[in-house]
Design a protein around this ligand. Structure first.
Ligand SMILES: Nc1ncnc2c1ncn2[C@@H]1O[C@H](COP(=O)(O)OP(=O)(O)O)[C@@H](O)[C@H]1O
Ligand SMILES: [Mg+2]
Length: 396
């Protein structure tokens, strides 16, 4: 039976989920130390589409019985989508997810604690918002905000202490944490505050994850030696599937796909073993006919607009200036000065757009040389240019 997940699926069935046994057992064994009162802080990195989110959700499911678990996707924080990520928005999100976790476990004593907290602290209220179906008062002053944040961040520890007979600890998974970059100049303060609160928690493990490369500045800020979590953070990198894995995966899960040897080589080249692309491309390929190198190449071009749809969306939201910069990098990596020369502009005016492209994960730089970090986007731009003679600058 054909059972490949779509590239956009966030939760896979056990039949759909493939491989990663070693990553799962490593991460689980790290997390299990929480039960002994020495919880780890873990950073999971890997490129976009490699399978971090589905892996985290699987681990969460497997530990849910023994632990109070919560998963938050920071890019789904309400303010973030509007370009206004705030600390209070993040707290709302955390709060909502813990309350939901407690509801699922039927740990109702926490709800009494919550209302007591809000009564005795006598907040000056600015607003009351809906946090996952539960009303959350929004404090007026900075001081009240700090108190509220501490209270929210300590919830998983508090709940554990009330229910230490029922669970072995709490686990918080914070996905897409690169979204925190939107805090801009307030990022450092936020990270240090987070650290200061959670470092005293003896029974809560934290897992951070996001689509960032290891050279990204936010990694330094969190996990670097001088970062908020210093040497305390355990790094786990998730890699694309190897050739061998992809071959076995397709044979097992999609036998109707008849890739000849040369066709398979091309398939691997096109997808780089990134599960998102492996699944999407495999689902779009013709079934039950032999596919050789030429055929796969052809099909890749034909289906590129579908495979690259999330990147095309990102591309069409860029400014013309940002798009122009990307196109200079299609043929080869360039230094900032060289990009400036190609576009006849000063290299100073490149700072902001280059920074943004990097934040979006579309470019990366190493030793001052910039490259496009999404080969699929590059392939699509090339194809558009070849077919139409111009790059698709206007929205599509
Ligand atoms: N272990 C896996 N087995 C099968 N498919 C996977 C696996 N990991 C990822 N995928 C596929 O890749 C897609 C993207 O995975 P996701 O976890 O969202 O990536 P990331 O969070 O790293 O950007 C999933 O929707 C699924 O289709
Ligand atoms: Mg993800």
């Amino acid at each position: 039976m054909e059972d490949l997940a779509w590239g956009t699926d966030a939760e896979l069935t056990d039949e759909q989920f493939y491989n990663r046994e070693r990553d799962i057992s490593l991460i689980k064994s790290l997390l299990e130390t929480t039960s002994k009162g020495s919880p780890p802080t873990i950073m999971i990195v890997g490129i976009r589409g490699v399978g971090k989110t589905v892996l985290l959700k699987k681990i969460k499911k497997e530990l849910e019985n023994d632990y109070l678990t919560s998963y938050v996707d920071l890019s789904a924080t309400s303010g973030y989508q509007k370009g206004e990520l705030t600390e209070i928005g993040i707290m709302e999100h955390f709060y909502g997810s813990w309350m939901e976790a407690c509801q699922n476990k039927e740990f109702f004593t926490v709800f009494k604690k919550v209302s007591k907290f809000f009564k005795t602290k006598k907040f000056e209220l600015r607003d009351i918002v809906d946090a996952g179906g539960i009303p959350l008062p929004i404090p007026q002053s900075e001081d009240d905000y700090k108190k509220l944040s501490k209270f929210v961040l300590n919830l998983p520890q508090t709940v554990y202490e009330d229910h230490s007979k029922d669970i072995k600890g709490s686990i918080m998974i914070i996905d897409e944490f690169q979204a925190l970059k939107d805090l801009g100049g307030r990022l450092d303060a936020f990270l240090w505050f987070l650290r200061s609160v959670i470092q005293n928690q003896k029974n809560v493990a934290y897992v951070f994850s996001g689509s960032i490369n290891s050279r990204d500045s936010i990694i330094e800020k969190i996990a670097g030696n001088d970062g908020a979590f210093g040497g305390r953070m355990l790094n786990v990198e998730i890699y694309p599937f190897t050739k061998e894995t992809v071959r076995n995966y397709l044979n097992e899960k999609l036998p109707s796909l008849k890739l000849e040897d040369s066709g398979f080589e091309r398939f691997y080249k096109c997808t780089n073993g990134i599960p998102f692309y492996v699944n999407t491309f495999a689902k779009l390929l013709q079934k039950d006919i032999p596919l050789d190198d030429e055929r796969v190449k052809c099909e890749f071009k034909r289906t590129l607009p579908l495979i690259a749809v999330h990147l095309i969306n990102q591309w069409s939201r860029l400014t013309l200036h940002e798009q122009n910069i990307l196109t200079t990098l299609i043929d080869k990596p360039l230094k900032r000065k060289e990009i400036g020369e190609k576009l006849s502009i000063t290299s100073g005016s490149l700072s902001k757009p280059l920074h943004k492209l990097q934040n979006l994960g579309l470019t990366e730089s190493k030793n001052g040389v910039y490259t496009i970090s999404e080969p699929i986007l590059k392939a699509w731009l090339k194809k558009e240019y070849e077919e139409k003679g111009v790059f698709p600058f206007r929205s599509i």
